[in-house]
Each structure stands twice: as C-alpha cells, then as structure tokens.
Design a binder for this molecule. Sequence first.
Ligand code: MIG
Length: 637
Amino acid sequence: MIQKFLYGDPIPTEAVLAELPVCTAELPHLTQIIGKDDLFSFTSALSEEDIVYGLGEAPRGINKRGHIYESFNSDDPYHTEEKRSLYGSHNFIVVSGQTSYGVFVDCGAQVTFDIGYSSYDRLCITPSVKDFTLYIIDGKNAYDIIRQFRTIIGQSYIAPMWAFGFQQSRWSYASADEVRKVVAEYRKNHIPLDAVYLDIDYMEAYKDFTVSEERFPAFKDFAAEMREQDIHLVPIIDAGVKIEEGYSVYEEGKKNGYFCKRQDGTDFTAGVWPGRTHFPDFLNPEARRWFGQKYKVLLDAGIDGFWNDMNEPAMFYTDEGISEAVDYLKKFDFECNDSGKFFELGSRVGGLANRRKDYAAMYHNIGGRMVCHEQVHNLYGYYMTRAAAEAFQELSPDKTILMFSRSSYIGMHRYGGIWTGDNQSWWSHLLLNIKMMPSLNMCGFLYCGADLGGFGANCTRDLLLRWLAFGIFTPLMRNHSAWGTRQQECYAFGDTQAFKSIIDLRYRLIPYLYREYTNACKNNDLLFKPLAFDYPDDTTARHIEDQLLLGSSLMIAPIYEQNAVGRTVYLPESMRCVLFKNAEVSHSEVLPKGWHYITAALDEVPVFIRSGCSLPLCPPAESVARLSTSSLIEIEN
Ligand code: MIG
C-alpha cells in the first residue's frame, strides 16, 4: 500500500509516474514535528534490530544506519566516510525490522536524513523547504516495499547490449591517434573491448557539440573506422555552455532565453572548463527540447553513446565569488597574528567552487514562474539527461543510445544510467562500489558502475585486477582515470594474461547478465540484492554487506582487500562454487550452507550458483558483436 501526502505546493519532479490520490489520513509510522524556521521534520523510533536500506548513491554501507546524509547533489571528488552528499539525490529509504515501511521524500531541494546519527534509536528526515510530497509505503518486507516503489516510478532505462562490453576511458585520450593506440593495444593483447571514451579534450575549447578539427580530423570517418573494429566512441557532454560570440549553441540559447538567469533577469554566469559559461535551463521544456536536439550533430557522425558530466551543476567560480574574495584580500590585515584569520583567508580563496550562495543566485523558468535554483538543485542533472533521452527517441527511434549521467535524481532512472563519479584508486572504494550497487538498484538505477581502478590517485596492478573481478558483474564496466594519474589501461601494468582472464569471463557471462538485467528493468526488480532479500529468515545473511545476489541464479563474494589470497564467504544455502581462470572452470564444487574460506588468485574469479539454478555461458569473444549467444553451455547446480 502506498500513501501520498502533500505539503505546500511542491514543484513537480515527475519522479513518480503513478497517479495516486492525496491522502488526508494521519501520517503512518512517522511523527511530524515543526522545528526551526517552521520546517517540518519527520521522526520515528528505530529499534535495535532495524536496518535502513536505500539512498542510492551515498557513502557507507548497505545499511545506512548510524550516519547522516544530505541530499544535495555535489561535485566532490573525495568520497571519504564522513561525507554526507555525493552527485545524486535518491530520497528513498526503507526501515526494515519488526515493522517495515518505506519513505520517499519527493523534493528537488536539500533533504537531510539523520538515520540514527544524532541518536542511534531515532530516524529524522528534514526537508529544507516547506513544499514537497511524501510517500509512505507499507508491505510484507523491505524487498516487497522496494518493488512497490519501483512500480510507481516507472521502468528503468535499458541500455543496448554492446554497453555490456568492456569500456576504456581516460581523461583524456586527446587525439584520434591516441584512441587508435588504445584500441590497437587491446586488440593486440586479445583483451575484449567495445568502447573508448572521449573526455573533454575532444571538443574545441570545451564547447559542447563541437569536435576539435585539429585533434580529431574527419571525425565521422574516424567514428566509422572505429566501428569497423567494433569500437563505439562515447563522447562527454558538459552542462555549461561556453560564452563565445559566434558559437551557435551560445547564440541560440541567449537569443531564446534558454539559459538560467540571475534574479535581475540577466543570464547567470559561472566558470567551468570552457571558462565563463551559461547553464541551459533544463527545467524549462522548451530549453530542454532545444538542448536535446543538439546531440544530433554527434548522432549524425555515427555516435551512439554519451555521458553527461558536471551537471550538479558543478561551478568552479563565479565573478561574484571572485570579487568577494578579492575584496576580502584587499581588506585583510596581513600583519595580524591570528591563525584563525589566516585559515579563513585560505577558505575564502579556496572555497570558490560550488558555493551555496551562487546556487541561490541562479533562477529557472518553470511554467513562467521564476524559481530559485536551490529549490530544484537536485533535479538539474536529471533534466539534462532527460533532455538528451527525449531527443534520442525522436532522432534515433530504432536504435537505443547509451546514456548515463553523473548527477541524478529518482526519475532519471527512466532516461539513463549513472556512473558514481570521481572515486579514488583506493581499496576502500572498491568496497564502496560493491555496497552501493544494491542501493542504486533500489532507487531504480540499474545501468550503473564505478570508475574501475579508481579515478583519482595512482592505481596498482592488484587493485585493478580485484576491481575488475567485481566490475565484470556491473552493467557499466568501465576503466576510467583522471588527468595526471598513471596510465590505467589493462596493458599498462606489464603482463596482460590476468586481465584477459578476467575480462574474457565478463564476455562469457553477458548472456546471463543481459538477460537478468533486462528482466530486472522490465519487472521493476533488482539486479543486485542484499542476501537478506532472498533469505529473510537467515539472521546471519541479514547482516552481510560484502556478498551480493546477482540476478536469479548467482551470488558473488568479491575480494576487496590488498594482499588477500581469498576470503570468508557465507553460503545461506548449499551452492556450487565455480572458480574461473582464463575464463574456464578451473574448480567446481558443491558446498554446504555455512561459512567457507575461498581462495582466488589475482587472475581468478569465484562465482556461486544457487541450488536449482544454472549459469549459461557463451564462448568468449573480443567484442559484443562477435559473441555467439546461441552456443551456450550451462553450468548447473
Ligand atoms: O572537473 O571531464 O567525473 O569522469 O574525467 C572534472 C573531466 C571534470 C569529472 C568527471 C570525470 C571526468 C572529468 N570531469
């Protein structure tokens, strides 16, 4: 049962598609209190055994309990444990215990979830505005509640099958020749590959929908040359549009009033990669349509996949921020002997990016009404991606375009996937990746993945191998790394056999993965599930966070610790443990329910087949197009 409660006059988010009547009965499960600045808070007692699921893209565990989270999409590349916000806002939680219920706070502004942080036995949800919609969901258990929620938000985006191939990215492959070299290395080493990413340097001066003539001459021919080798090029699109006389995207946006405004009606300006930019007002349907149509120039060049970046939106600086900092510097008493003042000086100058003050100075045109960006901040990336996806339906009705975004909100799951942004080459971020997958699925995001090997910092061979050994199970399987870090391609660490061993297995698994993935999309189900969802009466399984159920037949238990030769694995029932090496079965054994120690070398991957299930495998191939999915073998349990 789902009940909808309306507070004030919320700006529609279109996260929920189902038409539900507004409920006037008393709010179940939660106590409503009115606190500071007349804002509502919703609280409830948490009992000892309660687990709180949800929040999609958020730090920490599958059980979100014990921490505080702030839904406010942020461009922060240091995903450390104490962080409260990442790039997406997915305001859906499920309290699972003696009684279970789900809560979705539908609101484009900031929402705070204190989940047993201030007080371990209290849940407290506080929207930062007075206008929002609250959904309360009752059901048999957490899994049932999640599936009801998924039903009202509509079916998840289904990516094309080629997007289940292995993808190589880097900031940046800055010329066609560099891309050719990457492809040649993969093909030479017989490591499968289906896509190479183009980061911001493919553009002319970071201008969206342009391609540098100098670095990527005859781009259309180049795309065709890549397609002949079964390689899809996937260019990035940034949210900000460069201010430059004569640049058509800028000129059209300006002339038609499609950019976000300042309060005085002038176009809002912030500095991002291209220098000073304007932000398209994706919340205005006309502007959205206009921007979406711009992707055509790349579709026409043979491109069939995109990633939308910097759409929180990220701002490096504004002129207002800079002049405030300069004024501060001018008045600063450098003779003073007060360390506190010097710290403040540092943050005044270093704190120019993503200022709340700048977001508060930006306005949208929503149905003719000027709406402050703060009210709809969390919807911006969602609506950018929606702009693209709606245009694709029109421009490419017969071919699914790969689309995923950095920033997101629930509702965007119908238009594309997400990648989880700028993680680091840290072992802890491999574990974070594992724990985040089921939470993302709960909120509708199925085509997703992290930057395998880690984006920031320098990766090592063992970390990349272990990360790939988990990444072979995630729909988006992309190795991506930041400018200035060491090369992170699978051929950059010496011998390539181990990499081939793991990635070949991914391709053998694609028939299973793609089937389970599309089924999960169509049936509003999860691809990755916590063990508790299928073994609800098993009290040990209930608390396991580093093993996941994958589709209907498999359980996985990735190794995420440096130097580990194996790990302990809990089997909630008897399962067949299959160890793969060089994508062949090197060991296979039925193990009883209970704890086991499983060893796996860096080039090996263990997979657990549930009882009564079977795992189909196709022969390996170097691209999805070359997979022969009709000659399947089945490993049974
Ligand atoms: O300010 O385009 O998350 O994947 O490589 C950094 C450069 C901008 C952030 C993205 C990352 C991408 C990078 N971008």
